[in-house]
Design a protein around this ligand. Structure first.
Ligand code: NZQ
Ligand code: ZN
Length: 385
């Protein structure tokens, strides 16, 4: 029986020439910290546009937030906000910058050691500074959700947190700001959004007709769009659709009231933390193997996925499932993303450490049935060699 509360307070301003709206959206008296990553936002002019739109407000900058943002770097931003009495955070970038800004927003008023936020996965967050974003990379959905993933360099721990206090107040989505993305990041974004949808859809049926059809439509849109965006990088309509799919993939809507998996993500985070592989690439490695290992639990949904997403509806059921998994991996490969650990130079000797890291981070009962123990994770990783 469907039973849920759905609440998403983030306002979306979508389209080209929308950065100038910052002037209406950010309070006139705000003391703003603009947070950004490496060089991209400055190089492509987004940062200058943002600063121009903020006009006479007090504005400081914090650059250098890395892909897979680290606690160590973000704590310097926390110090800056505290010392300079800044009161509004504006993230300009992709998921890493937005996630990092969410952490800073929660850490500034936090009483104890802010790493405690990550250890409690956000349950201990009681407030946060207001934050908003200007998105430059469609992928994570961070622009319209309340989650963040932060890495502690020192211990190679990559942990996720969630809190209702860190929903962005608003996010500006201007598809033209994604034109400068290299093809690998576009491909990463397609795969990340795809796997976000699968994590909320490919579990077991609960009569969530709207959620199912919506998820299937988003998956099909990505299958259609992925190759087009790569082939024709400056096509506004394709960029715009990709940006909106990625946001809807993880803004809570398709996941409302339905079981969710997230084991692919949790296993993937350990691979990133240990081997530095891009987030989406770890998902492309783990997902096909996970679907294969969990095929009994996911049987009904795998058959539905095969039929409705890949139009595979005749023949032996197990063969249909095999084919749907094969087509999934083939889609990732077509985008230029390898789906095997060996393609990244990772061999069987790495698996023990990955499994023990999962255990060390409490990831011992993963999946929609909580039955992905470390031993099952080992099977999944071994299947992905
Ligand atoms: O650092 P700069 O120079 O800005 O370059 C970035 C970065 O190197 C570049 N980039 C971004 N926008 C660009 C651009 N280059 C050219 N033109 C542009 N317009 O892209 C590189 C990757 O950026 P990053 O933000 O790391 O990528 P993504 O958006 O894929 O974010 C990945 C992070 O999000 C987390 C991941 O774990 C990872 O740490 N996730 C967050 C989620 C959430 N908050 O809900 C869910 C996801 O599952 C994911 O775990
Ligand atoms: Zn993801």
């Amino acid at each position: 029986m469907l039973n849920f509360t759905f609440h998403n307070p983030t306002k979306i301003i979508f389209g080209s020439e929308t950065i100038q709206k910052l002037n209406e959206l950010v309070p006139a008296q705000a003391r703003v910290l603009i947070l950004y990553g490496g060089a991209s936002a400055r190089k492509n002019g987004t940062l200058d546009e943002v600063k121009a739109a903020l006009g006479q407000r007090t504005v400081q900058e914090f650059g250098g937030i890395e892909a897979n943002p680290t606690f160590e770097t973000l704590m310097r931003a926390v110090d800056q906000v505290r010392n300079e009495k800044l009161d509004f955070l504006l993230a300009v970038g992709g998921g890493s910058v937005i996630d990092g800004s969410k952490f800073v927003a929660a850490a500034v008023p936090f009483a104890g050691d802010p790493w405690e936020i990550m250890l409690a996965h956000g349950a201990n967050v009681q407030g946060a500074l207001p934050l908003a974003s200007v998105l430059t990379l469609p992928a994570t959905g961070s622009e319209m959700n309340n989650g963040g993933v932060i890495t502690r360099k020192e211990t190679k721990a990559k942990l996720a947190f969630m809190s209702k206090h860190v929903f962005p107040l608003f996010s500006i989505l201007d598809p033209t700001k994604t034109y400068t993305l290299p093809p690998e990041q576009i491909a990463n974004g397609v795969v990340d959004a795809y796997v976000h949808i699968v994590e909320q859809y490919l579990t077991y049926p609960v009569h969530g007709m709207v959620q199912d059809r919506f998820a299937e439509g988003l998956l099909q849109t990505l299958i259609e769009l992925g190759p087009k965006v790569l082939a024709d990088p400056k096509n506004y309509e394709n960029r715009a659709n990709l940006m909106w799919v990625a946001t809807l993939a993880l803004n809570g809507l398709i996941g409302a009231g339905v079981p969710q998996d997230w084991a692919t993500h949790m296993i993937g985070h350990e691979i990133t933390a240990r081997h530095g592989i891009d987030h989406a690439r770890t998902l492309a490695i783990v997902l096909p193997s996970l679907l294969n290992v969990q095929r009994a639990d996911k049987r009904a949904k795998l058959l539905q996925y095969a039929e409705r997403v890949w139009e595979i509806s005749v023949g032996d059921e197990d063969k249909r499932i095999d084919e749907a998994i094969r087509r999934t991996a083939q889609f990732f490969e077509l985008l230029g993303i390898p789906t095997r650990l060996s393609a990244y130079g990772i061999g069987v000797e790495a698996i023990d450490t990955l499994v023990s890291q999962l255990a060390a981070h409490g990831m011992t009962t993963l999946g929609e049935h909580r039955n992905i123990t470390p031993e099952v994770s080992r099977k999944i990783l071994t299947g992905a060699l």
